[in-house]
Design a protein around this ligand. Structure first.
Ligand SMILES: [Zn+2]
Length: 114
């Protein structure tokens, strides 16, 4: 797989965002489980913080930072809006050219590592 995400050196943004988003989700689940047992306010806060982290790193951060080096098109955001649920992540990961300007990452990445 030779996607523009990897060739433009932005795969780490998606990976880091998804890892943090999953951590937020885990915090939420732990908060719900602890909250059901203890009914404490701190468990409720943990649920809210977990939801916030999950949304921020699952949608906002990658949506704003994963962009085409050529035309600044927000690939992640565009895929979320235009693709069906469940298909957009694969579309971002597998795209071989920018849907807006046909950037492929070839000329810009010559001589540079991933
Ligand atoms: Zn572009």
């Amino acid at each position: 797989m030779d996607s523009i995400l990897r060739k433009s050196g932005q795969l780490w943004k998606l990976t880091a965002s998804l890892v943090l988003s999953v951590m937020g989700f885990v915090m939420m689940v732990i908060g719900i489980r602890v909250g059901i047992e203890s009914r404490s306010k701190s468990a409720f806060v943990l649920v809210l913080v977990g939801i916030g982290i999950s949304l921020i790193f699952g949608i906002v951060v990658p949506g704003l930072t994963i962009r085409c080096p050529g035309c600044k098109c927000r690939w992640y955001w565009r895929a979320m809006k235009s693709q069906e649920a469940g298909a957009w992540l694969l579309a971002v990961l597998s795209a071989e050219h920018c849907p807006s300007c046909d950037y492929t990452g070839r000329a810009e990445d010559d001589g540079k590592g991933p």
